[in-house]
Design a protein around this ligand. Structure first.
Ligand code: AMP
Length: 400
């Protein structure tokens, strides 16, 4: 093995930059942090150093370039600078890889141009990712940089699952199809679930429920995704923190024609003011559970709508897969909200699904089974780790 054994993972949002430095020899994470409010009057950087010390800085950072330079300075102060010979590569999270990028890809000028060509299908996400890549390449032009795509894991979906039933020419002209997102998480969690069952991923069929502020479900057969709930954009599918998930597309025409809303207003309504927050004013499941305990009916209805949609997708993916070995919960809500897990499988005993109340109540950061011993279908909680997955994919590409 070469002496370069660290990978820096960058996740650039429109006004944020998250980072983690991973040591691929021992799995440790010497440093991590976040810059928020890039481009605003005051930006904030929170850095965790190798000894666990948290350093916080506020300063104006006008651009991702300024933010990454500030991050590089923090890393350098810990002896982990971007010029360190131990840094093997930088792995970038890229939301949309279209149909072209089915695998992690070393970034060249040509690859970057292709990611830019995908901006029309991912106008909210890819521009920030591109800015992060440009900035990092300018700082370390000689270092291998790898793009890891949120859509890549879903490119194995069969055509009948990926296509919408709309006019083919129109769909093709505008690259309209179901791409799916959160793929890095679905890939990691479905593989870890197989490991938890003590089996090879190629042998098991798994339903993964990634329930964070964004939420998506996937059906994974023998390690390959065969269906997922997000579509052309991350708006389709499950009820989320602020997104509606599935609605009749005619709702959008209706809002345009009858309520006089502009396309941007409808976009903002469905992406930012819908889902749990639109239903009850809160998108944090802890707060919703607290309100339900106090007898709040709006919170209860929001919870019931959330769970009903989830249950419909579980049922649909059991039908898609035929045989299911495990249903796996992950991300902020999936890992922490026992009440959601319990409600999602309630009444599904005839399909072989149930949770053991005691196991479900356990709080832990470890992958674990929560179904009763001997259950026909395992129900599990597997904490997701997108940074580790990005680092692994990046490292395996540059280290062979
Ligand atoms: P993520 O996007 O994966 O970071 O998930 C964020 C969401 O997880 C928050 O909006 C909360 O709804 C939910 N969450 C985090 N911690 C808990 C918890 N202890 N109990 C219930 N929900 C939680």
């Amino acid at each position: 093995m070469t002496s370069a054994h660290r990978v820096l993972v960058l996740n650039s949002g429109s006004s944020s930059l998250k980072y983690q430095l991973l040591d691929m020899r021992d799995g440790s994470r010497p440093a991590a942090g976040l810059v928020e409010r890039i481009g605003e009057r005051v930006s904030r950087l929170v850095h965790t150093a190798p000894d666990g010390e948290r350093r916080e800085r506020t300063a104006p950072m006008a651009s991702h370039e300024a933010a990454l330079k500030a991050v590089a300075a923090e890393l350098a102060a810990d002896g982990l600078g971007l010029d360190s010979p131990e840094l093997a590569a930088i792995g970038h999270r890229v939301v949309h890889g279209g149909l072209r990028f089915t695998e992690p890809t070393v970034i060249t000028d040509e690859v970057l141009a292709e990611i830019e060509r995908l901006v029309p299908v991912a106008p909210l996400h890819n521009p920030a990712n591109i800015t992060g890549i440009r900035t990092a390449r300018a700082l370390r032009p000689d270092l291998p940089q790898v793009a890891v795509f949120d859509t890549a894991f879903h490119t194995t979906m069969p055509e009948y699952a990926a296509r919408y039933a709309i006019d083919t020419e129109t769909a093709d002209a505008h690259r309209i199809r179901r791409y799916g997102f959160h793929g890095t998480s679905h890939a990691y969690v479905s593989r870890e679930a197989a490991r938890l069952l003590g089996r090879d991923p190629s042998e098991v069929n798994v339903i993964v429920l990634h329930l964070g502020n964004g939420a998506s479900a996937s059906a994974v057969a023998g390690g390959a995704c065969v269906d997922t709930s997000m579509g052309l954009t991350p708006l389709e599918g499950l009820v989320m923190g602020t997104r509606s998930g599935d609605v009749d597309p005619a709702v959008t025409f209706h809002l345009r024609r009858v309520a006089g809303m502009s396309v941007d207003e409808v976009d903002e309504l469905l992406n930012k003011r819908s889902g749990l927050v639109g239903l009850c004013g809160d998108n944090d499941m802890r707060e919703i559970r607290r309100r339900i305990e106090e007898g709040d009916e709006r919170a209860k209805l929001a919870f019931d709508i959330y769970v009903h949609r989830l249950k419909k997708y579980i049922g649909a993916y059991i039908a898609v897969l035929g045989r299911v070995d495990a249903v796996v919960f992950t991300a902020g809500v999936g890992e922490n909200a026992a009440a959601v897990r319990e409600a999602a499988v309630e009444g599904l005993e005839p399909l072989g699904l149930s949770v053991d109340a005691e196991l479900n109540a356990v709080r832990s950061g470890e992958p674990r089974l929560i179904s009763p011993a001997g259950a026909r279908v395992a129900v599990a909680v597997v904490p997701t780790d997108e940074e580790l997955e990005i680092a692994r994919q990046t490292y395996s590409l540059v280290n062979n």
